[in-house]
Design a binder for this molecule. Structure first.
Ligand code: NZQ
Ligand code: ZN
Length: 389
């Protein structure tokens, strides 16, 4: 195992009834005046907005609101939030929603303590030095943003979509009430489940040496998603299934699986330009790209890992030769995606084929190759887009 430092200080408060009970007192530890950030109407329909605001009021926390954060959140919305924090002198942020709301809140938190335009942070032109404390109330299990230091923001004028990570963006406290996710649509539940799976796979398909404990945790988490996502789709108000998926979302991307070994993280950079330019749902973009990417990069050298994935996660016959088992694992993954009602074809998401070169350029940024696992060139990325089309 390689050397590593692991520190994840987000306090998780998990279970039903705890937002009403403890949100206000947890927020008060940081400030008595906050910006409450949320998206559209979902939080008002499922009761989470009422729980949050009553708890803030009960603990005499003054709050201003920023509503309407978009899926694939826009930099202009971040700027609005920064302006409110500065105008009103707010000293902490409460994010109520899924990954888009939480990510937007993270960059608002950074922008509020700086005179730099927040797009400079997102596009890596300026480092984030500090951020206001962030408390999150999660309503959609997917990104892991509730327990990590990353944020992904879209510049709606250019279509650019980038991720940025900084310790100061790590939420101080995150509330996870699985009941809030009962109202998530089947479609968003499926996309969220695939996003969780993808986060685990991105860290699993790496160097096979020295990552035994990480690999077994990853396989357990993947099995959890594969087992419980269909139950959430079948019975949206199944508390136990929603709980398992919600906690899996946080564990999948809180640095636990990546510590101590190298990992490629190659599909996410390829997907982000698609959701940036075409506003598709991130998890669905990943679901289209992942099997095509695996078919493209599978070879005799890395088949050992693919076979482990096939046999340990999808229980494919382990006596099969490496290549055969590996391909069966990819087919099983495709079947799982289709069973959740998602397509494998970007074409069906309204993605324009002519954009693939531009998307590949954005995925690569300044680099010639992407990742360490397959070291994808611009042509490779375009080929993968075409195969997923
Ligand atoms: O706006 P509202 O009305 O809240 O509706 C949202 C939105 O339309 C709805 N929703 C959320 N909670 C709900 C609900 N509907 C009913 N009931 C509820 N309880 O779901 C829709 C999608 O929400 P969004 O927040 O966009 O989804 P998700 O959590 O999947 O976040 C996606 C964003 O996160 C980024 C993605 O790229 C994308 O921009 N990511 C962030 C990461 C991170 N910070 O670590 C990592 C990920 O890989 C990802 O890139
Ligand atoms: Zn993701």
């Amino acid at each position: 195992m390689e050397k590593f430092i692991f520190q994840n200080s987000t306090k998780i408060i998990f279970g039903k009834g705890l937002v009403e009970k403890s949100l206000g007192s947890e927020v008060r530890k940081f400030s008595d005046s906050v910006l409450l950030v949320y998206g559209g109407r979902s939080c008002k329909l499922n009761g989470s907005y009422k729980d949050v605001t009553s708890s803030l009021i009960e603990h005499s926390v003054h709050f201003e609101e920023l509503q309407g954060v978009e899926a694939n959140p826009h930099i202009s919305t971040v700027r609005k939030g920064v302006a409110i924090c500065k105008d009103k002198g707010l000293k902490a942020i409460v994010a109520l929603g899924g990954g888009s709301v939480i990510d937007c809140a993270k960059i608002i938190a950074a922008g509020a303590l700086s005179n730099t335009d927040p797009w400079e942070f997102v596009s890596h032109k300026e480092p984030i030095e500090s951020a206001l404390p962030l408390i999150t109330v999660l309503t959609l299990a997917a990104t892991g943003s509730e327990m990590n230091s990353g944020a992904v923001i879209t510049n709606e004028e250019t279509g650019e979509k980038y991720g940025v990570g900084r310790d100061s963006l790590l939420p101080k406290v995150s509330f996870e009430n699985p009941e809030y996710t009962f109202s998530v649509s089947k479609y968003q539940t499926a996309c969220g489940a695939f996003d969780i799976l993808s986060h685990i796979m991105e860290q699993y398909f790496g160097d096979v040496k020295g990552s035994y404990v990480q690999d077994r945790m990853a396989e357990g988490l993947m099995e959890t998603v594969i087992h419980f996502a269909p139950i959430c789709l079948e019975k949206p108000d199944n508390y136990e299934a929603r709980s398992q998926i919600m906690w899996a979302s946080s564990l999948a991307l809180n640095d636990l699986l990546s510590a101590g070994h190298s990992y490629p993280w190659e599909v996410h950079p390829i997907e982000h330009p698609l959701s940036g330019f075409f506003n598709i749902t991130h998890g669905h973009g990943l679901a289209c790209l992942t099997p095509s990417y695996y078919r493209y990069v599978l070879n005799a050298k890395n088949a050992k890992r693919f076979k482990e994935f096939a046999t340990n996660v999808f229980h494919i016959d382990s006596s099969l030769p490496e290549m055969e088992a590996s391909l069966k694992g990819i087919v099983a993954l495709e079947d799982f995606i289709k069973s959740m009602g998602l397509t494998l074809h970007l074409k069906e998401l309204g993605v324009d084929k002519d954009s693939f070169r531009k998307c590949a350029e954005q995925a690569l940024g300044e680099n010639k190759y992407l990742g360490e696992f397959a070291r994808l060139s611009e042509d490779d990325i375009v080929n993968i887009y075409n195969k997923a089309y």
